[in-house]
Design a protein around this ligand. Structure first.
Ligand SMILES: [Zn+2]
Length: 188
């Protein structure tokens, strides 16, 4: 998923979620700041889609409709064990605005300790959240040998491919391409 960000010159560049709050250089030479993720999503009009796919997954887990796979997505054999995973969809990151390091040094030079205190107080009041943390505990059915394989892998590609065999999980991973999948437990 990428989002369009426009420069003053009219040129539009595509950015990804992890670039929220960062800056990039437009081909015209201007430095363009990427808005917060919530603003990027609102701008493309799919803020609700992101919320709803996550909510739909949560709801189906709660109602016992997930996991729904009968075949192990790792081995293709009968899925008899249920494994639980933590899906970390997005991490929160923020930026301190108001006072930059250069300004803080100026405050210190000209204001002494009071200047430093003033710089710290000014800086603390203005923290801007650029993304927010969304995580989900999700089950998947696996065969015993599939569960063993999953237990010994660190391959995100393998885990995401296994989840993508279930359509609603596939939608979730498409909505959060930066997601990390971590195995929690295996029952039975
Ligand atoms: Zn430009």
């Amino acid at each position: 998923m990428s989002y369009p960000v426009s420069c003053e010159c009219g040129e539009t560049s595509q950015v990804v979620a992890s670039e929220a709050g960062a800056t990039f250089t437009c081909p015209c030479g201007r430095t363009v700041r990427v808005p917060a993720l919530s603003k990027l999503r609102a701008a493309v009009g799919n803020a609700d889609d992101f919320g709803s796919v996550l909510e739909r997954v949560r709801q189906r887990i709660k109602l016992g409709k997930l996991p729904c796979n009968e075949i192990c997505p790792i081995t293709g054999g009968p899925a008899t064990a249920t494994a639980w995973f933590e899906i970390l969809c997005e991490r929160e990151w923020s930026r301190r605005t108001g006072v930059n390091d250069g300004q803080a040094i100026l405050f210190a030079v000209f204001g002494g300790w009071l200047g430093i205190l003033f710089a710290i107080m000014r800086g603390d009041g203005t923290r801007e959240t650029l993304g927010s943390d969304v995580s989900l505990t999700a089950p998947l059915r696996l065969s015993p040998s599939g569960a063993d394989k999953v237990g010994s892998t660190r391959s995100q590609r393998l885990l995401k491919r296994a989840f993508s065999m279930t359509p609603i999980y596939k939608q979730l991973l498409q909505a959060y391409p930066q997601a990390k999948v971590v195995r929690v437990t295996v029952d039975g």
